[in-house]
Design a binder for this molecule. Sequence first.
Ligand SMILES: [Zn+2]
Length: 245
Amino acid sequence: MKSMTIIDDEFSFGGFTSGNEGIWTRNAPTDAPTDDYISLSERLRVPLTHIIRPYQASGDKVEIVGTEHGGMGVIKDNVLKKVDGIVTAEKGIALSVLAADCVPIYLIDKKAAVIGLLHCGWRSAAGSLLHNAVQRMKELGAVPAEIQVITGPHICPDCYEVGEDVRQAYAEVFTEKQLEKIFVIRNHKLYLDLSEAVRLKASSEGITDENISVINCCTCHDNSLYSYRRGDRGRQNAAFIIMKA
Ligand SMILES: [Zn+2]
């Protein structure tokens, strides 16, 4: 088990944890919350009715959430289906997403008091997920130049071998020069640097370089975290962020 603090200041608290068992999803919406969500709730000192988990689909959809979504995906059914990003302007509401190699992306605009959290796999990193998140945050008063982006623990380019199909998909979105930064070739094999792709996408949204940071921790390298590539199935890590009251 591993639990990391990603951000903890006067404004917000965010982290990344494998939980005790890595089990965050229930078989049915009516099932009891998982033990891991119960301990997360204790750690955040908020009731389960204040934690939100969208049903993810490795897509581009981002929704604005608030009190009315509290507990969805945690203790009750969810209107947030096929949603990979949630943003809020409400304090005391914990956003969470699950990831086991994909990138959790934490978004913070302190001035506007808006936060967001994304689950970003390789498709979404080349797609519109980040763009849509910035749009939703703007609707709540955020400004790209004020948005801080943190890419949390995810599979690193030493571990993430991909096929030529991935490079071809990226070639439709990124320039040749950008592709050279995103992909690494070793021993005739192709490796993807997800955080570099996220950084380039963030720059194109008007987010400044000094506001983009990367947590150097690989879910595949680190045996105390869950990794799909390393063979974990049905067990994941949870990323979370909450604006302090
Ligand atoms: Zn690695």
